[in-house]
Design a protein around this ligand. Structure first.
Ligand SMILES: Cc1ncc(C[n+]2csc(CCOP(=O)(O)OP(=O)(O)O)c2C)c(N)n1
Ligand SMILES: [Mg+2]
Length: 795
């Protein structure tokens, strides 16, 4: 495999330049190996001995020479072309490679002065890697220049596109592992090029690294016939440039030429679109890099082939500390890079090694794009008064909350028309989620064919719709981590598709928050609507309120869950989350007409409290503790609770009922466990220590128990919620099936207030009768009973 196909038409680097690139690459490879193995003797100034070797050998060698090669050549491109660039390293398990490059270019020592660019610092760099108290084995938030952990494979390319949107000056390179390319999210990500506007967005340069192997297997793409792979990549809309070989000098020439060619083409497309008004979708270049896994590492270990096989994936010589033969092989391997040519007597990289390295913030490890908080500007949010609904009396007027929110988002979109730092992503549901007002301010990003029947498609649109929750999530993460703002609106049930991606983002934020040099970024905001209770068109497959359960397992310093019960509380919540930093905020809100309960001022106060008593809804007179607390969270549970409170007023006027509404679910957690958690004294004052609490909750009831189990009154807490009884039926039947309906809530009160059941047996019967009536009515009429459908709060 020594022949390298060199693309034509690119400027060729000189022999000296190739030698310098090779020196940089060798230095990076040396440093990657050193990190995996050594805890002393970094410059091999004495023969390697077992005590120089780490007791636990942890890390990934196989991908590292490829990442080092790409980094070396990106350095050259950035330097020679004065390009603003960053890179997303898909095989993030190659942490040693990216750390090595950051150390070489100096960004590492600037970020972490203890790891200086000299002998002592090299020693520290080696020892800290995968070592207790040190740095993780993967590219991570700790790694300068990164926005992408790459531990959970699949999201590199979608992150790269997210970084490129609305950064017209930026080139985002992205290494995609050939194993990673087998994942669903990565496979979908190729289509991101149909959403990239050559005028307002930057460019993405994918580098598909066909090193042939994953952990224990060959990769699918590496074993396709050439024409099939080529057809696939062209089918994805790319114009691949191939680089292949295992002879370093040949590959350096080929890769330098390929990068030149790719960047020339990118420049050409951007020029055509920006100054000549070209409107055809570019066939963006990409590079296919076929080099051996574990290239330059041991060819054979214990009689088995390692280089250019899957065995090179992790630590190719596992027994160095105890096995003299492995130790000798390691020393030979490290010396094969000729460290004496690469580092001076003080351990500093030589001028030749640094020849390709760019300066200042142009360095990949120092680019502000990868520390996006540095670039972040506050969103211009409109006064909420411009969008608030008027509420003269609670529970009498109906609005679609998300439609009201749509007006606010339209304003934000309009106000960011020039600065372009706000996007809304969603899997084809923006209009269905009643956010269509956005289209007054912008279109939907689209670079593919447009037909006269299409609506709102626009090359420069900042609403992004693609039927891949993975892409929505990845684009938005990339966009936020490079210093912008956004919102992801999704059907509630299908947010689960990105459970795993959001895990990674939460981990990223949790770690970033503890790094002094990472500036806070805008929060990742979800609007979950078309929720479990109102899946009128769809039914059971679309009913799952469990995303918030998942989220609330995660780092409390990062996660927030809001259940605004009406339009004004939704506005106030949205205003809050769009201003926040470094959080993952989940808002669950309805899109169907729902009662307005609070004026804007009341909504603001209620949201600021996060949970509070609605005095006007209860029947307490203040002279004694309430007999029962009706608590609720979520729009539909709030409606049922209010209706239950109305029934209790009518049937049992002497009962002292307190109504509590919870907007911020984390208020229920202990104060010690979450920054929003209520202190016990406050919780006890709101919910009482010993009165029955009938809690109508939007999602799975166990969540409320989980959050509140430590509270004094937990034994008196009775939660109703969704218990997986779903189908296509009437709105009220959904709550009846799950025992969350107003009649059932009243029965719960009768069953739990001591002595009340016997006194109020007639009321209980009336409630049971209403449920029976409901059952028959919907089967006959196909719609809810008038007493339910026409209900309004009478106060
Ligand atoms: C989603 C996911 N599944 C499985 C793994 C475990 N894993 C870690 S590295 C790896 C192989 C990656 O191969 P490739 O993308 O080709 O990267 P290379 O190391 O060859 O550059 C696998 C399967 C993972 N990290 N993420
Ligand atoms: Mg691979």
């Amino acid at each position: 495999m020594t022949d390298a196909r060199t693309p034509s038409g690119a400027s060729a680097p000189s022999d000296a330049e190739i030698a310098a690139l090779d020196a940089h690459w060798r230095a990076a490879n040396y440093l990657a190996v050193g990190q995996i193995y050594l805890m002393a003797n970094p410059l091999l100034e004495e023969p390697l001995a077992p005590e120089h070797i780490k007791p636990r050998l942890l890390g990934h060698w196989g991908t590292s020479p490829g990442l080092n090669l790409v980094h070396t050549h990106l350095n050259r491109i950035v330097r020679t072309r004065k390009r603003r660039a960053m890179c997303v390293w898909g095989p993030g398990h190659g942490g040693p490679a990216v750390l090595a490059n950051s150390w070489l270019e100096g960004s590492y020592s600037e970020t972490y002065p203890d790891v200086s660019r000299d002998r002592a610092g090299m020693g520290a760099l080696f020892k800290q890697f995968s070592f207790p108290g040190g740095v993780p084995s993967h590219v991570a938030p700790e790694t300068p220049g990164s926005i992408h952990e790459g531990g959970e494979l699949g999201y590199a390319l979608t992150h790269a596109y997210g970084a490129a949107f609305d950064h017209p000056e930026l080139l985002v390179a992205c290494v995609v592992g050939d194993g990673e390319a087998e994942t669903g999210p990565l496979a979908a990500s190729w289509h991101s090029n149909k959403f990239l506007d050559p005028v307002h967005d930057g460019a993405v340069l994918p580098v598909l690294h066909l090193n042939g192997y994953k952990i224990a297997n060959p990769t699918v793409l590496a074993r396709l016939p050439e024409d099939e792979l080529d057809a696939l990549l062209r089918g994805y809309g790319h114009d691949p440039v191939y680089v292949e070989g295992d002879e370093p000098a040949v590959v350096h020439r080929a890769l330098a030429a390929a990068m030149d060619l790719a960047v020339d083409r990118i420049d050409g497309y951007q020029r055509a679109a920006r100054s000549e008004g070209a409107s055809v979708r570019p066939r963006w270049p990409m590079i296919v890099l076929r080099t051996p896994k574990g290239w330059t590492g041991p060819e054979e270990v214990d009689g088995l082939p390692v280089e250019n096989t899957w065995r090179a994936h992790q630590v190719p010589l596992p027994g160095v500390r105890d096995n003299p033969d492995h130790l000798r092989q390691l020393e030979e391997w490290m010396r094969s890079y000729r460290p004496e040519e690469l580092f001076d007597s003080e351990g500093r990289p030589t001028a030749q090694v640094l020849e390709c390295v760019p300066e200042g913030t142009a360095r990949l490890g120092a680019t502000p794009y990868a520390n996006g908080g540095l670039l972040l500007r506050d969103l211009p949010l409109p006064p909420l008064e411009n969008h608030a609904v008027r509420v003269d009396r609670p529970g009498t007027v109906l609005h679609e909350p998300t439609r009201i929110l749509g007006g606010l988002l339209e304003d934000v979109m309009a106000a960011t028309a020039d600065r372009r730092n706000f996007r809304v992503v969603g899997p084809d549901e923006t209009e269905s989620n009643r956010l269509g007002a956005l289209y007054e301010a912008t279109g939907k990003a689209w670079q593919a064919e447009v037909l006269p029947t299409d609506e709102h498609l626009a090359r420069d649109g900042r609403v992004m719709e693609v039927l891949s929750e993975h892409l929505c999530q990845g684009w938005l993460e990339g966009y936020l981590l490079t210093g912008r703002h956004g919102l992801f609106s999704s059907y509630e049930a299908f947010a689960h598709i990105v459970d795993s991606m959001v895990n990674q983002h939460i981990k990223w934020l949790r770690t970033s928050r503890r790094l002094h040099w990472r500036a806070p970024v805008a929060s990742l905001n979800y609007l979950l609507t078309s929720h479990v209770w109102r899946q009128d068109h769809n039914g059971f497959s679309h009913q799952d309120p469990g995303f918030v359960d998942h989220i609330l397992n995660k780092s409390p310093e990062v996660v927030r869950v809001y259940m605004p019960p009406d339009a004004n509380t939704l506005l106030s919540t949205a205003d809050h989350v769009l201003r926040s930093r470094d959080y993952v905020n989940v808002i669950v809100a309805g899109k169907q007409p729902g009662f307005d309960w609070l004026t804007l001022d009341e909504a603001r106060a209620h949201c600021a409290r996060g949970a509070g008593v609605w005095e006007w809804a209860g029947t307490e007179d203040g002279s004694r503790e309430p007999d029962v607390v009706l608590a609720c969270a979520g729009d539909v549970p709030t409606l049922e609770t209010m209706a239950a409170a109305g029934l209790l007023r009518r049937h049992l006027p002497e009962l002292a009922v307190r109504v509590v509404n919870v907007v911020d679910m984390t208020r229920l957690l202990p104060h010690e466990e979450h920054p929003h958690g209520m202190p016990d004294a406050e919780y006890d004052a709101v919910f009482t220590r010993d009165r029955p609490v009938i809690f109508a909750y939007h999602g799975y009831p166990w969540l409320v128990h989980r959050l509140a189990y430590r509270r004094a009154g937990h034994a008196h807490l009775h939660v109703r919620g969704y218990k997986e009884e779903g189908t296509t039926t009437t709105p009220f039947d959904m709550v009846v099936r799950n025992d969350l309906d107003r009649y059932r809530l009243v029965m719960d009160v009768l069953d739990r207030v001591p002595g009340l059941g016997v006194r109020a047996v007639a009321v209980r019967q009336a409630m049971a009768d209403a449920r029976t009536r409901h059952h028959a009515w919907i089967r006959e009429h196909g719609t809810d009973m008038p007493e339910v459908a026409d209900w309004a709060w009478e106060g």
